[in-house]
Design a protein around this ligand. Sequence first.
Ligand code: AMP
Ligand code: MG
Length: 353
Amino acid sequence: METKLIKIDGGQPEAEPIRLAGQIIKNGGLVAFPTETVYGLGGDALNPDSSRKIYEAKGRPSDNPLIVHICRWEDIYKIAEPVPEEARKLAKAFWPGPLTMILRKTDLVPQETTGGLSTVAVRFPADLRALAFIEAAGGFVAAPSANASGRPSPTLARYVQEDMDGRIEMILDGGEVGIGLESTIVDLTGAEPMILRPGFITKEMLEEVLNTVEVDKTILDVDCRLRPKAPGMRYKHYAPKGTLSIVEGASETVVRSICEKSRSAKACGERVGIIATDETVQRYLTDSQADSVKSAGSRSDEAAVGRNLYRILREFDDEGMTVMYAESFAEHGFGQAIMNRLLKAAGHRVEIV
Ligand code: AMP
Ligand code: MG
C-alpha cells in the first residue's frame, strides 16, 4: 500500500485533504493525524474491521483498548452510558483538550475498539485540524498513538512515516505537535475518579474541578509490582535499544555522577547519550565525554521538556546509543507525566545519588 503524506501545517484545517482523509476512514482505511498531544493513528471507531487494522498496523496487542475521539460534546451520549456529573464537569473545564475519560460504553462501540472491555476511553481533542478530520470521518475516530508498538509516540509526521509507511493510507502532516506526551487518562467508572495515565492536565488541575482524584499507584512506582489499570500502561511502552538510567539527587551531585558514569562507559567502548537540561547541558559537554548530549529544555519550562522528550529518545536510537543517562524531574504537576514516561523508557531503572 502506498502511504500518502499530505501537508496541512497552516494551523487551520484545509478542506480538500481533510475531506479525502475523512473518506478514507469512512471506507474502512487508516489515516494518521496531528493532535495537540501526539500524532494519532485513526480508524472508524464504530467499525470493528478498522480497529483490527489499527492493531495490525501498530503491531499492538489487541487487548490494549483504543481511545475514541469525538468532535462534539453531545456525541458522548452515543458511545457512553451513563455520563456522570463528574464527566460533565471535567468536559466543561478541559474539553476540547488533552484529557481522556473512561466511561461505561454503549452497544454502538464494538468490543474490538475497547479491547474487549465494557468501558470506553473518550477524548475531545483541541487541535482544529483533528476536529475537522474527525467530523469528516463521521464523528467517531479510534486512535492510539501513531507509532509502531514499542517505539516512542510520534511528535512529527516524519516519525509516523518511519513507523507506518506502507501500512496506512494517509498521513496528515501538521508539523510538530504542541504537548508531545499522550493525554491524561482519568477513569470515572470506579468509586473515586482515578488517573490511569498522567499528562498535561495534572492531578492538581483535576482536583480544582473534582474534590478528590486518586492516582493509579503503578504510575510512579519504582519497583512496579502492581498491575496498572490501563491495559496499555502494562506493556513496556517504549524500550530504547540501549540502556537508559535515570539519575536522581541534588543537581550538582547528579551532574557529577552522570559525568563519571559516562566517562567509565566510554572507557568500556559504549556509545553514550545524555538527556540534560538547559541548566546543565554545558557541564556535560565539557566533562562527560559522551557521544551525544541533548537538552530537553529548561527546568523552568516543563512544557518544553515534555515536547522534546520523545524526539530525543528517537534520536538516541537512530544515533546508536548503547548507554543513556537522564536527569530526573519533579513528580508533581506536568513533571509527573514526564517522569512516568521516562521511568517506562528506563524500565524503571533509577539510581539515587
Ligand atoms: P494510546 O492511544 O496509544 O495513547 O493508548 C491508549 C491508552 O488508553 C492505553 O494505555 C490504553 O490502555 C488506555 N485505555 C483505552 N481505553 C481504556 C479503557 N476502557 N480502560 C482503561 N484504559 C484504557
Ligand atoms: Mg501509545
